[in-house]
Ligand binder design. Structure first.
Ligand SMILES: *Cc1c(COP(=O)(O)O)cnc(C)c1O
Length: 386
């Protein structure tokens, strides 16, 4: 029935099987499962890849965000958590973990609407909030590089400098992405990466990483992830057990060698999709900023006129897998009720949640499957417009 699934992780495994198997076999030999040598090797390799001073492995992308934000509170305020009156600006059109990490750092998320073209946070609306709403409570910004495309980091860093705000980048969907020539995740005070299996660099389970130039943030993050101190029998901070598994690090070390190649394949598929789909009425292909090197964790189009769900259903009947990221903006979720500030009406985020659909963009997807995705989508849109 399924002709093209949304994600086929087996393809990637088979493509690099020998590297992965031999990397995991080394772990089976040494049996150092907790903070084994591969964790430090991966941290060094990714630091080199990103061109950043420190990389710190953690148990998930969610923890990478939460620990980065906790480290900011400890560094800036010399207290374990932010105060609930401290505000952190972010987008409501993201995975729950972004907003959740802000709540867990003690601060209050401020949701600012997105740009309709890129789905990323609208920097002019960040400015509007800071100008209109008394910026004295705002401590930081968490930009999310959604679907693999960088936010406008020139504007975000300019605003941060003007208002003395920290920036923690959510790079969960954008490993290898760039803004101008700089790798994203290394532009703000810290970057939080995820190695969830479906991400551009994905492990065989959960994993995450914090990147930073700041020695102090790095030291605090290293303590927080191991129960709050470098000596776990005598700790300083309220910590977590959030170590990156040795076996995940070993897998990721093997996969890291392929990440640029696979990101380029994603970019080529995206280009071919856009060429084939750009002229279809009722459908909008992703827009890319000239300064952004998009790495397409998702290829997400917009289907207008309230036709998204029926198009998605008929694509499913033709055996084409799709996904909706995200059907509900964060401010509509119970967990954020009464715990957040809505900077504006968030109309673009709500509209996007009704119109977006992500197509299969597995980097090893064959040409036949790519055509099938495009042809089926064209047919389905025609059908629902009848
Ligand atoms: C995947 C994701 C996360 C969380 O990463 P996990 O490793 O699943 O905890 C955070 N933010 C965004 C935007 C994500 O896509």
């Amino acid at each position: 029935m399924k002709k093209v699934s949304m994600l086929d992780l087996k393809l990637e495994y088979e493509y690099m099987k020998e590297d992965i198997d031999s990397s995991i076999e080394k772990c089976l030999e040494h049996q150092r499962w907790i903070l084994g040598p591969e964790v430090e090797q991966l941290e060094r390799a990714i630091a080199k890849y990103l061109g950043v001073s420190h990389c710190i492995g953690v148990a998930s992308g969610t923890d990478a965000l939460a620990i980065s934000l906790r480290a900011m509170a400890i560094k800036l305020k010399e207290q374990e958590y932010f105060d609930t009156t401290d505000e952190i600006i972010t987008t409501p059109f993201t995975f729950t973990a972004t907003g959740d990490a802000i709540l867990r750092s003690g601060a209050r998320p401020v949701f600012v609407d997105i740009e309709p073209e890129t789905f990323n946070i609208d920097t002019s609306k960040i400015r509007q909030y800071l100008a209109n709403c008394g910026h004295d409570k705002v401590v930081g910004i968490v930009p999310v590089h959604l679907y693999g495309q960088s936010c406008d980091m020139d504007q975000i860093m300019k605003i941060a400098k003007e208002y003395n705000l920290f920036v923690v980048e959510d790079v969960a969907q954008a490993f290898g992405g760039k803004w101008r020539q700089k790798k994203i995740g290394t532009i703000g005070d810290a970057g939080a990466f995820s190695f969830f299996p479906s991400k551009n660099l994905g492990g065989f389970g959960d994993g995450g990483m914090i990147a930073t130039e700041d020695d102090k943030i790095a030291d605090i993050a290293r303590m927080l992830l191991r129960h709050g101190g470098m000596d776990k029998y005598n700790v300083t901070h309220i910590g977590y057990n959030s170590r990156l598994d040795t076996i995940q690090a070993a897998t990721l070390l093997a996969k890291l060698k392929y990440v640029d190649e696979l990101n380029n394949k994603r970019r080529a598929i995206a280009q071919s999709y856009t060429e084939r789909l750009s002229e279809i009425p009722g459908l909008a292909c992703p827009a890319v900023l000239p300064d952004a090197h998009h790495v397409y964790n998702q290829y997400t189009v917009r289907i207008t006129d309230n036709k998204r769900d029926s198009v998605r259903k008929s694509l499913g009947e033709k055996g084409i897998g799709t996904a909706v990221y995200y059907p509900l903006p964060l401010h509509k979720m119970k967990v954020f009720e009464n715990r957040v500030i809505l900077a504006d009406k968030l109309e673009q985020a709500e509209k996007a949640s009704r119109e977006v659909i992500s197509l299969p963009i597995e980097p090893l997807l064959g040409e036949k499957e790519q055509s099938l995705v495009c042809e089926s989508l064209k047919e389905c849109i025609k059908d629902v417009q009848r």
